[in-house]
Design a protein around this ligand. Structure first.
Ligand code: ADP
Ligand code: MG
Length: 451
C-alpha cells in the first residue's frame, strides 16, 4: 500500500514537472488521455451549456407520450470520432437537423474554456459533419515540427500552425510569396528555415541579399546563384528572365500539338514535360526587397526600374517555367515606387511577422484577408518568429517557424551541396564558396524561452 502511494506520488510529480517544462511530452504521456476522458464525460453538458443542442424529435416526444415515459432531453451533435494527436484532440461531430457549422465556429471560445483546452477551431468537412480541432498546450511557444511531415521538391513544411497543423510552402499551389515584418521579427529565421528544408530537395536556389550577403553567403554552397549587391542583382534578374524564356521555348518545342496527341499530354508548364528533359525548378529568395527598389541618383533610378520590371515579369510568367519567388521585406507598399503594387498583386502567399503599424500589416493582408491585419499587429515583441499566414481562400492562421540557427542551416546546405544543380543561364553568378567546415549542431536547438 505504502509503495503504491509512493509510485502514485512520483507519477504526479513527473506529470507536473513535464507539464511545466515540456508540455509536448506531457501531452503525449498523460495529457491526451486525461483531456480525452474529460471531453467525453463533459460532452453533453458542455454542448447544452454552449447552446449546441436541439430539442428532441417529434417522434421521440410522441413515443414518450404514448408509452408514458419521461420526455427526453435536448439532443447534442453525435460524436463520430475522437482522436488524440501529437498536439491535441480532434473531435468529429454530426450536426443535428437545424444546426449549422457557423453555430459551432461561433462557440469555439466557449468550448475552449469548457473543455479546458488551449485552443479550439472548427471546420466543416462535408454537409452535416464538423471537425473540431483542439490543442492541449501552446504549440507555438516551443516549435517542434513532426519528423514525419511529408516533403517533396516543391512542397516543404516550414512552420507550425496554431491549431497544431503543419504550415507548408507549396510552390505549385502558391508560386510566389511575400513575407513582411519589422526588424528582429523573424523574417530571416523563416527564410533560413525554408532554405534548410529546400536544401535536400531537387530545386535550384537563387539568392538576392543586398545586405552584402550576410544572411545567404554562409549557405552559398547550396546556392546556384547569389547576388549580394544591386548591380549583380540587376544582371542576375535579367539572366533569370532569359532562363525563363529558354524554358518556354523548350515547352513550345515539346508541345507539337497535333490531333492525335491526347489532351493530357499537351505540355503547358514544366510539370507536364517528361522527367528527363524537365528543367529544374528555381526558387528565388530575396532578402530585404527595399534594397532593390530604392535609389539615390539618376543612374540608380534606371537600374531600379529595370530590376523591378524583371521581378514583375518573373512574377507574372515564372510559374509555368518553374521559377518561384520568395520575397522578404519590412514594408512593401507604393512608397517603394512604381511597379510595386503590381508586383504585390502577383504574390499570392502572404505572411506577416510582427509589424509596427497597421499600414504595414495592410500591405500584406489589406487586399486579401482584412481580419488578419489585426492579428498581425497584435503579435508580441517577446515572441519573434510568430507570424500570420493567409491563404487564398481568405482564411488565415498564426504560425511560427522552428528556431533554425545559421549554423544548422549552413550544415544542411553543406551536407546537400552536391545537389546544387547547374543552370547554364546563371553560370556567371555561381557564388564563391567560403570555407566553412560543418560542426556537429545539437539536435534540439535551445530556443530563448519566450513568454
Ligand atoms: N521562429 C523563431 N523562434 C524563436 N526565436 C526566433 C524565431 N525567429 C526569430 N527568432 C529570434 O528573433 C531574432 C531576430 O530574427 P531575424 O529573423 O533575424 O529577424 P529579421 O530578419 O526580421 O530582422 C533571432 O535572432 C532569433 O533569436
Ligand atoms: Mg533579416
Amino acid at each position: 500500500m505504502g509503495r503504491l502511494l509512493i509510485i502514485l506520488g512520483l507519477m504526479v510529480v513527473i506529470a507536473l514537472v513535464l507539464r511545466w517544462r515540456r508540455p509536448a511530452w506531457y501531452w503525449m504521456s498523460f495529457g491526451a488521455t486525461f483531456a480525452g476522458l474529460r471531453t467525453l464525460v463533459r460532452y453533453r453538458s458542455v454542448m447544452d451549456a454552449c447552446g449546441l443542442t436541439v430539442p428532441p424529435a417529434r417522434w421521440q416526444l410522441t413515443l414518450a407520450r404514448l408509452t408514458n415515459r419521461p420526455i427526453p432531453g435536448p439532443r447534442s451533435p453525435r460524436i463520430l470520432r475522437l482522436r488524440p494527436t501529437r498536439t491535441g484532440l480532434v473531435l468529429r461531430i454530426k450536426l443535428r437537423a437545424g444546426q449549422d457549422a457557423f453555430d459551432v465556429s461561433a462557440s469555439t471560445d466557449r468550448l475552449r474554456h469548457s473543455f479546458g483546452m488551449y485552443g479550439v477551431s472548427s471546420r466543416e468537412l462535408r454537409a452535416g459533419v464538423v471537425e473540431i480541432a483542439m490543442t492541449g498546450y501552446d504549440v507555438l511557444k516551443r516549435v517542434q515540427m513532426p519528423a514525419r511531415a511529408e516533403r517533396s521538391a516543391v512542397r516543404v513544411p516550414v512552420a507550425m500552425r496554431e491549431d497544431g497543423g503543419v504550415h507548408y510552402r507549396d510552390y505549385r499551389r502558391v508560386p510566389h510569396a511575400l513575407t513582411l515584418g519589422a526588424t528582429e521579427s523573424g523574417k530571416s529565421v523563416y527564410q533560413r528555415n525554408l532554405i534548410t528544408e529546400l536544401a535536400p530537395q531537387d530545386v535550384a536556389l537563387v539568392g538576392i541579399d543586398c545586405k552584402q550577403g550576410v544572411e545567404q553567403a554562409p549557405m552559398a554552397r547550396r546556392f546556384t546563384a547569389l547576388a549580394d549587391d544591386p548591380d549583380t542583382a540587376h544582371d542576375l534578374l535579367a539572366a533569370l528572365v532569359r532562363h525563363m524564356q529558354d524554358v518556354y521555348e523548350l515547352i513550345r518545342a515539346h508541345q507539337r500539338i497535333s490531333a492525335d496527341i491526347p489532351d493530357a499530354e499537351i505540355a503547358a508548364d514544366i510539370w507536364d514535360l517528361p522527367e528527363d528533359i524537365r528543367p529544374v525548378p528555381l526558387v528565388v529568395i530575396v532578402d530585404e526587397v527595399a534594397e532593390l527598389a530604392l535609389y539615390a541618383n539618376r543612374d540608380e533610378e534606371k537600374r531600379r526600374d529595370r530590376i523591378i520590371t524583371s521581378v514583375v515579369r518573373l512574377a507574372q510568367l515564372g510559374r509555368a517555367a518553374g521559377v518561384y519567388l520568395e520575397i522578404c521585406g519590412q514594408r512593401f507598399g507604393s512608397e517603394l515606387g512604381k511597379g510595386i503594387t503590381m508586383l504585390r498583386a502577383q504574390l499570392t502567399g502572404r505572411t506577416a511577422h510582427r509589424v509596427n503599424d497597421e499600414t504595414s500589416a495592410n500591405m500584406a493582408f489589406g487586399d486579401i484577408a482584412p481580419d488578419a491585419v489585426l492579428a498581425a499587429v497584435q503579435i508580441a515583441t517577446e515572441t519573434p518568429g510568430v507570424a500570420v499566414a493567409a491563404d487564398m481562400a481568405g482564411g488565415w492562421s498564426r504560425i511560427r517557424a522552428p528556431h533554425t540557427t545559421l549554423r544548422q542551416a549552413v550544415n544542411a546546405c553543406n551536407r546537400h551541396a552536391h545537389r546544387t544543380p547547374d543552370v547554364p543561364a546563371l553560370a556567371d553568378f555561381r557564388p564563391v564558396v567560403p570555407h566553412l567546415a560543418p560542426v556537429p549542431a545539437p539536435a534540439v536547438e535551445k530556443t530563448p524561452t519566450a513568454a
